[in-house]
Design a binder for this molecule. Structure first.
Ligand SMILES: [Zn+2]
Length: 327
């Protein structure tokens, strides 16, 4: 399959944009990359938008003299083992979209669809920050939290394909409300939205005047980037927010570590760009939450190698695996 004429397509379907890439299928070099906005109004337009991205990349492959051998799509939400997006709250509430059948029907090429966090874990394990680790945990902190698990060198998918969704595990029964309408999810204190939630709590205590000022004086308007900006100015209130944030990130990671015993934890996603301000604090706090920290090797906590294109690149790699192995 490693012919110089073969190419693979990876598509990452996000809440705001659909990113598609074309790879050469030999060393995962990205040959073409296109982006389209995710349809905002009607969930029924999401499927056609995915097909449009694939169609453009198939045409681009032809201009390079390449033949597309497979398509892999990454989607946030519950994607079952046959490639049906059962429930996608972050893509306009799409329900029961059969992504793989849709792609196979139009292009007559093998297709596979999986959770975006699972594909990001695959790419970090294969060619990224978790390379060489048989037991790894990938956590993507963006607006919410996505996750992916590597156990015994393999991506864990669970009974239905729904494994690795730690964002909605309960972590603080008295914590902030989550986007999923439950109270105290890990995501509500450890994602981009979580950073803003914590900043609002600190502002209510009167300890985040600079953040509040940047947010225009309205506590409800505080967002993660306001905290990041105050942090860059060396603001004490932002330091307090990052300290509490790192605590909750470390608590969640220690719970997952108690279950999985990873040798590395990879942190990716939009928050990674401000991770310098909390990743060291997470590294400090994690051992204190682990049983027998003095008697076990330290778990590495590292930033992801692949950021914006991790899901799409994982999709292309997954497509190639699927074509070669038939599963
Ligand atoms: Zn939740």
């Amino acid at each position: 399959m490693a012919s110089s004429k073969n190419a693979y397509i990876g598509v990452d379907v996000g809440g705001t944009k659909i990113l598609g890439i074309l790879t050469n299928g030999i060393d995962d070099t990205i040959i073409e990359q296109i982006k389209e906005p995710t349809p905002k109004e009607n969930p029924e337009e999401v499927g056609p938008a995915i097909l449009s991205v694939v169609r453009q990349l198939v045409s681009l492959a032809e201009t390079h003299g390449l033949v597309v051998k497979g398509v892999g799509a990454g989607v946030p939400g519950l994607v079952d083992s046959s490639g049906v997006l059962r429930y996608g709250p972050n893509v306009q509430g799409v329900i029961n979209l059969d992504i793989t059948s849709m792609i196979r029907a139009e292009f007559e090429i093998p297709a596979v669809a999986e959770n975006d966090g699972t594909l990001a874990a695959l790419v970090e394990h294969r060619i990224g920050a978790a390379q060489g680790h048989d037991h790894a945990l990938l956590i993507t902190q963006g607006t919410g939290i996505a996750g992916g698990l590597i156990v015994n060198g393999k991506v864990v998918k669970g009974a239905n394909g729904f494994a690795g969704e730690p964002g909605h595990a309960l972590i603080d029964p008295h914590g902030p409300m989550c986007a999923c309408k439950q109270q105290g999810c890990w995501e509500a204190v450890s994602s981009g939205a979580g950073l803003a939630n914590i900043a609002r709590l600190v502002a209510e205590e009167g300890k985040a005047d600079r953040i509040l000022e940047i947010a225009g004086g309205n506590i409800e308007e505080i967002r993660g980037e306001h905290v990041a900006q105050a942090g860059e100015e060396g603001d004490a209130g932002a330091a307090e927010v990052f300290d509490r944030f790192a605590y909750w990130v470390a608590v969640g990671l220690s719970n997952l570590s108690a279950l999985l015993d990873p040798s590395v934890i990879v942190l990716g996603g939009g928050l990674a760009s401000i991770s310098d301000q909390f990743i060291d604090k997470v590294r400090e706090r994690l051992p204190a939450r682990l049983i027998g920290a003095d008697y076990r090797p330290q778990i590495q906590v590292v930033p992801a190698k692949f950021r914006a294109n991790a899901g799409a690149l994982g999709g292309a790699i997954r497509a190639r695996d699927y074509v070669i192995n038939g599963k």
